[in-house]
Design a protein around this ligand. Sequence first.
Ligand SMILES: [Zn+2]
Length: 289
Amino acid sequence: MNAYTHIALLAAPLWLIAGCDASTGGTDSGQCQLTSATTATAKVSPSGCAILSRDTSACDAERKAAGFSGFWLKFSCRVKLAKTSGATPYIQATADGLPDYKSNYFATSDPCYDPSQASGHVHNPNSIASKSYVVQFPQTPSGTSQPMTGAVVGLSINGVPVFGNFAAPGDDIFREAMTFDTCGAHPTPTSAYHYHSEPYSISYDDANFIGVMRDGSPIYGRRDPDGSLPTLDTTGGHTGVTVDSPSAPIYHYHVNEQTSTTAGTAGQKQWFLTKGSYHSTPAPCSTCM
Ligand SMILES: [Zn+2]
């Protein structure tokens, strides 16, 4: 994708982005193409989702030549990374928002549809469609903490967006959690598949790299590299070493457990990706809703 295409995407009206045609996962061969660069590992969450090994060899050299290093090299090749120029340069990720595993939320005619991925959970009425996300990240996190607003607050390594620890207005996120598929996500009424909580194809009770929040800080699983559960601040992170920065401490978020205090779900627990606030200032995003 060239710079002009990026401009066109950024300039696209919201109705166009939200109205993308249904997916995508398939081809004439009838195979689910989205899984092609993945291999299931032996580690499986209690819900039945295998942690995937993601092969990034097809884009690794190109990314390194463009100056990317560290956790950025772990993003699936389906996620396109670029650096913007200008007064405030950003890292810009372009993604279709589709998972790289099968889900019960694909249309039943899609080769990536798998009814077993419902795992006895409640099925919401929505389905997955391809999106055109262009998500930007500061190259160096800076600025002050602020509440998360809108829908997309970060991007995970497989291109599925991260949403906050809150539901659409009027809904209870702990009640919505009943509709997550076995890998921990569900689609919105506009067919945007997304994670609020621990994304089991990427991380389950470990120190794995999950993605990056829109303020440029990385997100890791529940644990630090030494296996401990860290003490977190009010934005759900802390400064310390990570699997990608083993000697230089950096600020990073962790999957963190929260307990509902809302009538109807009070006492229910969930491992969320955010506490609802950014640690520093998020980059602007016209496709994040
Ligand atoms: Zn940590």
